[in-house]
Design a protein around this ligand. Structure first.
Ligand SMILES: [Zn+2]
Length: 222
């Protein structure tokens, strides 16, 4: 069977992370999530983390050269051999071109770019309700997955906070960045005939079903 190399596109809060985690398990794909990698770098106070934090705290995109170097390393790791799923990358046309160059260099191709489409007002509701605990980084949502006690983690009892990049003014900036820099990638991949659209306003299970049907169709085409 051919390797499965996927890019997930969609606004912040579209549910890319949830879907990517399931897909990476079901299809044994390396899950490469720039957001998680950057947050880990910030926590561990690596050089990359220190550089990236200032941009992230403002809701700005981390510069391409930092992100691209991080992605190249992940794609070249042995656990990405059977395929990968990219979440949060590419975010700009320059990053998309860098990805093409890197894949060419590795002699690999993108199987598909999946766009998880969600209306903007829904995205704002999802992001602004997210809470994370300070100890184990467990996630909750005030509407969809409320903790038993407000402000306390069900699992370890630690304090629940709004992540810096989920604060309202930062969410607005992230959405503006998405509209300006990432939304053009929809055209970029559509022109190459590899864009597939998924209705992301449905439940996570329904979105997963749609994606699995698309992957089955891709495999059938091979
Ligand atoms: Zn917790």
């Amino acid at each position: 069977m051919q390797e499965l190399n996927l890019v997930l596109l969609g606004a912040p809060g579209a549910g890319k992370g949830t879907q990517a985690e399931r897909l990476s398990e079901d299809f044994a794909l390396r899950y490469i999530a720039t957001g998680n990698m950057l947050r880990a770098a910030v926590r561990e106070e690596t050089e990359l983390g220190r550089e990236a934090k200032a941009y992230m705290d403002r809701g700005d995109l981390v510069p391409d050269d930092l992100i691209i170097a991080m992605i190249k390393e992940a794609l070249e790791a042995p656990d990405a051999d059977r395929g990968f799923i990219l979440d949060g990358f590419p975010r700009t046309e320059a990053q998309a071109e860098a990805l093409d160059d890197e894949l060419k260099h590795l002699g690999r191709l993108l199987s598909s770019t999946l766009l998880i489409d969600v209306p903007e007002e829904e995205v704002v509701r999802r992001l602004s309700g997210r809470r994370v605990c300070v100890k184990g980084h467990h996630n909750f949502h005030v509407d969809f997955d409320p903790p038993k006690h407000p402000d306390r983690c069900d699992l370890d009892g630690s304090r629940l906070i709004v992540r810096d990049d989920d604060k309202p003014e930062v969410v607005q900036r992230r959405l503006a960045q998405y509209r300006e820099k990432t939304a053009p990638l929809i055209d970029y991949y559509e022109k190459r005939g590899i864009l597939r659209r998924v209705d992301g306003s449905r439940s996570a299970d329904e979105v997963n079903d749609q994606i699995r049907a698309l992957i089955a169709a891709l495999r059938f085409e091979e």
